[in-house]
Design a protein. Structure first.
Length: 585
C-alpha cells in the first residue's frame, strides 16, 4: 500500500475524481431500490398517474447518473492505475541500471523481468478493481443498512448476521490463501529462470541430447505452479459458493418472515422488494470485495517484491552532486597519467578470500597497457574496478588523478570506452549501434571507426551498409563480426581511455594483427588498456602487467618479461611451444 500511495502522489486530483465518481455511482444505485419500492406501493394503492410518472422519472435519472458515474469512474480508475504502473516500471528500470553486477545477481535476471512485467500488471489490475469495487463497500453498507432498518428492524438484523458470516468465512480463506500466492510468485520466478536457461542454451541442450531431461524439468516447474494455483483457486471457489448460498438463504428468510407482516398490513410488497434489493446489493459488493480479496495476497506480495528492488541500496552509489568531481574526457593530464591503480585490494562480497591484492600500475596517455594472466587471475576484475562496477576494498583507482568514487558514474563512463569480452549489439541498425556512445557522430565518423575495427569489408558487402538491420544481440552476424562492430562502437566519440576486455578472442590472427596496427595509428593521446590471454595480442604493448592469483607477478615490456618473469615466460612457451625473446607478431 505504501508503494502505491507513493506513486499516486503526482495524480492526487485524478485519484480524488475517481473516488468521487465511484461514490456518485454507488449513491445513485442505492436510490433505485427505494424508487422501486415506492413505485410498487403507489401502484398497489392506486395512486394518481402523475405521481407514478414522477417516481419513474426519478428512477430513470438515478439510473442515468449511476451509469454515467460508473463509466467515467472506470475510465478514471483505469487511467490512474495505468499511470501508476508506468511510473513503477520506469522506477524499476532506472533502479536496475543503478545495480552492480553483484546486486543484480541477488535478484536474478528472470526475477527482475517478472517483477517489471508480471508483478506490475498484478498491482495495476488490483488497484483498478480495489478503487471501483472494494473502496465503496463501507459506504454501501452504511447507506443500505440505514435504509433497510427504516423498513424493518428484524429483517435488517438478519441481514447483518448473514453479512457477518460471509465476512468471517472470507477472512479465514484469506489467511489460508496468502501463503499460496507468495509461493505462486516464487514459482513464477522459477518458471522464468528455467525457461530463460532453456531458450538461451538450446544449442547445448541439443548437442548433449538432453531434450527429454529439460522437458521434464520444465514440466515439473509448470506442474508445481499449476497445483499451487489450483489450491488457491479452490479456496476462493468455496468462498463464492458459500456466498451465493447465504444470498439465497437470506431471500428465503425475507419472504418467510415478511408473510405475517403483509397479512397484518404492517408491511407492503414494495418494502419486501426493497429489502431484498438492499441485501442483494450489500452481498453483491461483498462478492466484489471477495474477488479483490482473492487478488490482494498476490498484489501485496508483488508490492513487496517491487519495493524490495526500489528500496535496495546499491553497492555502487554516486557521490552527492555538490561533492562530485567533474571530468573532462578531452583533457590530457600534464604527466600523462590517465588511469592508476594505487595498492588496490579487492574481495567480492560473497567470497572468502581476496581476488586482487597489492595492485599498483599506471596507464598513460598515448601508450598501451596490457594485462595477461591465467584464467581466474583477476584480469576482468581490474576492468570492473576501472569502470566502477565494483569498488576497491582497499586502495584507490584514480582516473585523471581523481578517485573514481568521487566521480559520477555517468561522467566516468563517458571518459572510458569499454569493449567487453562477449560482444552485444542492440536491435536496430548498424548506424544506431555505432552511435551508442555519440549520438552526433556523422556517417564519416562511423565509417572511419569501421575501417579501424576491420569491419568495413563485411559491412560494405551488405546492400544497406550502415542502415542494415541488426537482430537482438547481433545474432545475424558471426562472433568475429559482432566483436569488430563492438570495437567500432567504442572508437566512435572521444574517450581518454579505451578498455578491451579480451575483445580480440573471436578474431583470426591476421585480422587481430591488422586491428592492432590500425589502433596504434588511431590511438593518439588516448590510453589503451588491453586484457587478453593471447601473447601475440599484447606483445607490442608499451607496458605488460602479468597477474598470477590476483597479484602482480611482473611489469615490463614483452622482452623484459620474457627474460625476468617466470610466469610470463611460461605463458609464452605454452602458446608458442618455444621460448621467445622478441616481440614479433
Amino acid at each position: 500500500m505504501r508503494l502505491v500511495l507513493h506513486f499516486m502522489r503526482p495524480y492526487k486530483l485524478l485519484a480524488a475524481l475517481t473516488v468521487i465518481l465511484s461514490f456518485v455511482d454507488v449513491f445513485a444505485a442505492l436510490l433505485i431500490p427505494t424508487y422501486v419500492a415506492h413505485l410498487l406501493n403507489q401502484s398497489a394503492a392506486d395512486v394518481a398517474f402523475g405521481d407514478i410518472a414522477q417516481t419513474c422519472l426519478n428512477m430513470a435519472i438515478a439510473s442515468l447518473v449511476a451509469g454515467v458515474g460508473s463509466i467515467l469512474g472506470v475510465y478514471c480508475a483505469t487511467r490512474l492505475s495505468a499511470h501508476i504502473a508506468k511510473d513503477i516500471r520506469d522506477a524499476l528500470y532506472t533502479k536496475s541500471l543503478e545495480l552492480s553486477r553483484f546486486d543484480f545477481r541477488r535478484f536474478g535476471t528472470a526475477s527482475m523481468v517478472t517483477r517489471t512485467l508480471n508483478d506490475v500488471v498484478n498491482i495495476q489490475v488490483a488497484l483498478t478493481d480495489f478503487i471501483f469495487m472494494m473502496m465503496p463497500v463501507p459506504f454501501v453498507f452504511v447507506i443500505a443498512m440505514t435504509l433497510a432498518f427504516r423498513l424493518n428492524v428484524t429483517l435488517s438484523w438478519w441481514l447483518v448476521g448473514v453479512l457477518a458470516i460471509v465476512m468471517v468465512i472470507a477472512a479465514f480463506i484469506l489467511t489460508q490463501a496468502a501463503p499460496l500466492y507468495r509461493r505462486l510468485q516464487k514459482l513464477l520466478d522459477r518458471i522464468g529462470a528455467v525457461l530463460l536457461e532453456n531458450l538461451t542454451g538450446v544449442r547445448v541442450i541439443r548437442a548433449f541430447g538432453k531434450e527429454d531431461y529439460e522437458r521434464e524439468r520444465m514440466n515439473t516447474t509448470f506442474r508445481d505452479y499449476a497445483n499451487t494455483s489450483i489450491k488457491a483457486n479452490r479456496l476462493f471457489a468455496n468462498l463464492d459458493g458459500l456466498s451465493y448460498l447465504m444470498i439465497n438463504l437470506f431471500i428465503i428468510l425475507v419472504f418467510y418472515l415478511s408473510g405475517s407482516h403483509i397479512a397484518a398490513h404492517e408491511f407492503q410488497i414494495g418494502d419486501i422488494i426493497a429489502m431484498i434489493e438492499y441485501g442483494l446489493m450489500c452481498l453483491m459488493y461483498m462478492m466484489f470485495a471477495q474477488m479483490i480479496i482473492a487478488m490482494l495476497p498476490r498484489a501485496l506480495e508483488c508490492c513487496c517484491r517491487v519495493s524490495a528492488v526500489l528500496d535496495y541500496t546499491p553497492e555502487i552509489r554516486d557521490p552527492e552532486p555538490e561533492q562530485a568531481v567533474p571530468l573532462n574526457q578531452l583533457h590530457v593530464p600534464e604527466d600523462g597519467e590517465v588511469l592508476r591503480f594505487d595498492d588496490v585490494r579487492f574481495r567480492y562480497p560473497d567470497a572468502q578470500e581476496d581476488s586482487l591484492t597489492g595492485i599498483s600500475f599506471t596507464c598513460r596517455a598515448g601508450t598501451t597497457t596490457a594485462i595477461i594472466g591465467s584464467t581466474g587471475s583477476g584480469k576482468s576484475t581490474l576492468a570492473s574496478l576501472a569502470m566502477r562496477w565494483h569498488d576497491a576494498t582497499e586502495g584507490e583507482v584514480l582516473i585523471d588523478g581523481v578517485d573514481v568514487r568521487r566521480v559520477s558514474q555517468h561522467d566516468l563512463h563517458k571518459a572510458i570506452a569499454y569493449v567487453q569480452q562477449k560482444a552485444w549489439l542492440f536491435s536496430g541498425t548498424i548506424a544506431e549501434n555505432l552511435r551508442y556512445r555519440d549520438d552526433d557522430a556523422n556517417a564519416e565518423d562511423l565509417r572511419h571507426a569501421l575501417d579501424v575495427a576491420q569491419a568495413s569489408e563485411f559491412v560494405s558487402d551488405i546492400p544497406e551498409e550502415l542502415d542494415a538491420r541488426v537482430a537482438q544481440g547481433g545474432t545475424n552476424f558471426s562472433g568475429g563480426q559482432r566483436q569488430r562492430l563492438s570495437i567500432a562502437r567504442a572508437l566512435v566519440g572521444d574517450a581518454q581511455l579505451i578498455i578491451f576486455d579480451d575483445s580480440f578472442s573471436a578474431l583470426d590472427f591476421a585480422t587481430d594483427a591488422k586491428l592492432r596496427a590500425a589502433l596504434r595509428d588511431e590511438m593518439g593521446e588516448r590510453a589503451v588498456l588491453i586484457i587478453a590471454q593471447r601473447v601475440n595480442t599484447i606483445a607490442h604493448a608499451d607496458q605488460i602487467v602479468v597477474l598470477d592469483e590476483g597479484r602482480i607477478a611482473g611489469i615490463g615490456t614483452h622482452d623484459e618479461l620474457v627474460e625476468h618473469c617466470d610466469v610470463y615466460r611460461q605463458i609464452v612457451e605454452s602458446q608458442t611451444k618455444q621460448p621467445q625473446t622478441i616481440g614479433e607478431e
